[in-house]
Design a protein around this ligand. Structure first.
Ligand code: KG4
Ligand code: ZN
Length: 364
């Protein structure tokens, strides 16, 4: 008989957050016993983005204490753990390798089964923490620093990408716009803090920013045009006001651009998600990834779905499980483990021999 309770130690090092978590799943209910994230933001901020080899070196330094703290905070020993899980991709190869190697070593040394998890599957499964399993079909709007996708799940563990960005990811666009405006990395929190939740200021700008592909007949996105439009707005503003390239921009202008930028990105994301939810007749809509922490996006999606599709359930992860963390990886591992046969579970005991990181891992 299948064991209905499992304790999972999960590791996530795909980008610039070193994370470990202990997850418990009992009769399919997923709870977080501990979730520890050590952020490298301060280190990378000075480069305006993530520097891969530096990130990997920090992961190597930070992962052992992060793992120890995750076990301590959950009040468990490694011997209490039933399964080890790690993000195998996509992400930065040097970063991924650190987490995968550590997980393989733990699996071998303590004779625990090992499971590799897709990072985006983790982001989506952050929505399954502390609740009953949602109803399928489910549509997930995945918006992170590296991805912008509409993912259709007709059933558990089946992922179909129905639309995606043709250029920049939504989070990447936030980061680039912030940089143009002289705001710190990562740009999402900085832009949204300045912009607030009201679209107060578009009228103060000479012209609104574009809403790319809003009316395209598909579910794809494009954000690089908005970023370029921000660049031109700033350049023209400097010219009109005789400001040199490196002089700081006035706060009222930065605020106006930040608000209009956020409004533009959120409008496109919300409109397309609503349309896809209608077309595919889904029962649940979720949002996932770092940009899911954006307050305006959460509110607009809530309002749009309430107004047009009130019968649909809308799930959004707790803020701490939007940006990268290992609890979401443990949650995805729990869903997978629950679906496995005894033979498949037994094979996981040998996975320490072969589990590889894959920077371009495909979700399926
Ligand atoms: O999922 P995540 O932590 O890492 C990746 O998998 O990429 O997402 C990070 C991205 C960054 O681009 C960051 O600017 C963005 O999420 N982000 C936000 C907010 N918080 C983080 N974007 C908009 N509004 C936010 N509040
Ligand atoms: Zn992520």
């Amino acid at each position: 008989m299948k064991k209905s309770s499992v304790k999972i130690l999960a590791v996530e090092t795909s980008c610039d957050d070193t994370a470990a978590a202990v997850i418990a799943a009992e009769n399919k209910r997923i709870t977080v016993r501990s979730s520890v994230v050590s952020s490298q933001i301060k280190l990378h901020a000075r480069y305006g983005g993530v520097f891969p080899t530096l990130a990997a070196r920090e992961h190597e330094k930070n992962l052992p204490p992060v793992l120890k703290k995750a076990l301590q905070n959950a009040n468990v020993k490694i011997s209490d753990i039933d399964l080890v899980a790690a993000t195998t991709g996509p992400g930065l190869m040097p970063s991924l390798v650190v987490g995968v190697s550590a997980a393989r070593a733990l699996s071998y040394r303590f004779n625990k089964p090992l499971l590799g998890i897709h990072h985006i599957e983790g982001h989506i499964c952050a929505n399954f923490i502390d609740r009953d399993e949602p109803e399928f079909p489910l549509l997930a709007l995945v918006v992170s620093g590296g991805h912008t996708q509409l993912v259709l799940m007709r059933e558990r563990l089946r992922y179909e990408i129905v639309g995606q960005t043709l250029d920049d990811a939504a989070g990447e666009a936030f980061d680039k716009a912030a940089r143009i405006l002289g705001l710190p990395y990562p740009g999402g929190p900085a832009v949204s803090k300045l912009a607030g939740e009201e679209n107060i200021v578009a009228a103060k700008l000479p012209k609104p920013l574009p809403r790319p592909m809003l009316s395209s007949g598909n579910y794809d996105f494009s954000f690089s045009g908005i970023k370029t439009a921000v660049l031109y707005l700033v350049r023209d503003f400097r010219r009109r006001n005789n400001l040199s390239e490196d002089s700081p921009l006035p706060e009222s202008f930065v605020k106006a651009v930040a608000a209009e930028f956020q409004d533009s990105v959120v409008e496109v994301l919300t409109t397309k998600t609503l349309r896809a939810a209608q077309e595919f007749g889904v029962k649940t809509v979720t949002v996932a990834g770092g940009v899911a922490a954006n307050a305006l996006l959460r509110h607009r999606l809530t309002d749009a779905l309430n107004e047009h599709l009130p019968e649909i359930e809308f799930l959004k992860p707790e803020l701490e499980y939007c940006t990268d963390n290992a609890a979401m990886i443990g949650a995805a591992a729990a869903v997978r483990w629950n679906e496995m046969s005894i033979n498949e579970r037994t094979r996981c005991r040998q996975a320490w021999r072969t589990l590889d990181a894959d920077a371009n891992l495909v979700l399926r």
